[in-house]
Ligand binder design. Structure first.
Ligand SMILES: [Zn+2]
Length: 484
């Protein structure tokens, strides 16, 4: 066979094994794997390098208005470029329904925004208004188009659906083979804490971390899982940030729930002390759930190594340190009025490689699973996340020895800061490919605007997740065993 490209002499790392070998690419797909392959219009020498599936970023806010109306600093062009520099070949940002908006309209809006992407993309659909026509008509149409994941919120007044609303979404999603993602924090606990702090006049950024207790996350994670179990629906807990939350996830996975979860680099690399930096610097570190403490970092790493989490995702939510972003409500706004979120789409994989693989906390195979393979399985990207014949040639070639200091410039996003500034990392993606096309090489962008394509996705891979049936309600029968 005549290959378009042969990647030669590298160490191929997958979620299951690592071996030296060559990869032959033809028409954008992996056509052959062998000890050595000859030919190739282009031969890439990967000697001394590690060849992995291109990252799949499963949690990013791109060209998205927050519920309070702030537009993220990155659009699909800058966001996808930043992702590519960080070793990603595809990503799944959110398409967010505002209350009253039809889902068809949401998808059309994001289709137009995403047309600029340099990497392949899909969307998770954020549902804030599950009216009957949304549940009966519009969501099934979205699934049919290959949008097989939703996100719901248990917090924020404008987003929170209540437990009944969540059950409606979970059961509709289950019926159509979709997975529901949830931001789990107890809304009333947070509001109550906000009131207590406001009564005392405590409004500096550092109080953001106090206002969202670990217990608020633990309680909501547990509640979300019990709701999903009642209707035996697949559930994905986003950005787990607490020891208690991670332990509940681990226990319920063991019990068989169709449960998936992720954590993010910011909860591993930063702590609530970063919110107490001088002046308003702490505003850069406001995200929800908030940063925790050093003990939590160690525990979350342990859970990563032990398999509690499918993925480590960035939760890239870029708001600049100026009046368009963090300070939309003024330079001295109290913490609840400061835009919520931090960037990290380019930093995710270098951080995970350096602190995880290089420091010996996880294996290279785990790195591949956490960065790509599991996201492909969880979110139904059938042709991605693996290096095997027939798969898309989405590949990243890492130099495991390059050392550098993280700067805002090398994030290649539209941001004016990175929370990871100054961090020393070892290991860097030198070449990144999307469907066989080199998109990053020698620190330069080789992709053209708009060359990314929409990925129609399949249902989540539930093969190792037996599920859980409540005595009183069997969703397959639509009533419970006790009624029979
Ligand atoms: Zn998020």
């Amino acid at each position: 066979m005549q290959f378009d490209t042969v990647i030669h002499g590298g160490t191929i790392a997958t979620a299951d094994y690592t071996a030296k070998g060559d990869i032959g690419i033809k028409d954008g797909r992996i056509a052959a794997l062998a000890e050595t392959l000859s030919g190739g219009e282009r031969r890439i020498d990967a000697g001394g390098r590690i060849v992995v599936p291109g990252g799949i970023e499963a949690h990013a806010h791109i060209a998205q208005e927050s519920s309070s109306g702030v537009m993220s600093a990155d659009d699909y062009l800058s966001g996808s470029i930043s992702a590519a520099f960080g070793g990603n070949s595809s990503f799944i940002p959110f398409a967010a329904q505002q209350r009253g908006q039809s889902v068809d309209d949401v998808i059309a809006t994001y289709d137009a925004r995403a047309a600029r992407s340099v990497i392949d993309y899909s969307y998770h659909l954020i549902i804030s208004d599950p009216q009957p026509k949304v549940l009966e008509d519009e969501l099934p149409r979205a699934f049919a188009r290959g949008i097989t994941s939703f996100k719901v919120f248990m917090t924020y007044d404008l987003m929170n659906l209540g437990d009944g609303g969540m059950l409606d979404i979970l059961s509709v999603a289950r019926e159509h083979g979709a997975i529901t993602m949830v931001h789990a924090e107890n809304n009333d606990m947070v509001k109550w804490m906000n009131r207590k702090l406001a009564d005392k006049g405590l409004s500096a950024p550092k109080y953001h971390a106090i206002s969202r207790p670990e217990l608020a996350e633990e309680e909501a994670i547990n509640r979300a899982i019990q709701l999903a179990k009642l209707v035996d629906a697949p559930l994905f807990i986003v950005h787990v940030s607490t020891e208690g939350g991670a332990e509940i996830v681990r226990r319920e996975k063991f019990n068989g729930a169709k449960l998936f979860a992720e954590t993010c680099p910011q909860y591993l690399a930063l702590t609530r002390d970063d919110l107490d930096r001088p002046g308003m610097e702490g505003a850069k570190y406001i995200c929800s759930p908030p940063l925790r403490d050093a003990r939590t970092q160690d525990t979350l790493w342990h859970h990563i190594a032990m398999g509690t989490f499918e993925s480590v995702s960035s939760d890239h939510a870029p708001y600049r340190f100026d009046d368009t972003g963090k300070f939309l409500n003024g330079r001295d706004a109290p913490y609840p009025k400061i835009a919520n979120g931090m960037p990290g789409i380019a930093a995710r994989l270098p951080y995970l490689f350096s602190e995880g693989v290089v420091k010996g906390r996880i294996t290279i195979e785990q790195f591949v699973a956490l960065s790509s393979t599991n996201a492909a399985k969880t979110f139904g990207c059938e042709t991605k996340g693996r290096i095997a014949p027939g798969m898309d040639a989405d590949i990243a070639i890492w130099n495991p020895e390059t050392r550098r200091t993280v700067t805002v410039q090398d994030q290649h996003d539209n941001m004016d800061y990175t929370p990871f500034e100054g961090m020393e990392v070892t290991g860097m993606p030198e070449i990144v490919m999307n469907r066989g096309a080199v998109i990053i090489e020698d620190g330069e962008l080789k992709a053209k605007e708009g060359q990314g394509r929409f990925v129609a996705r399949q249902p989540a891979d539930l093969r190792a997740k037996p599920g859980w049936t409540a005595k009183e309600f069997d969703p397959a029968q639509n009533f419970g065993a006790v009624l029979r």
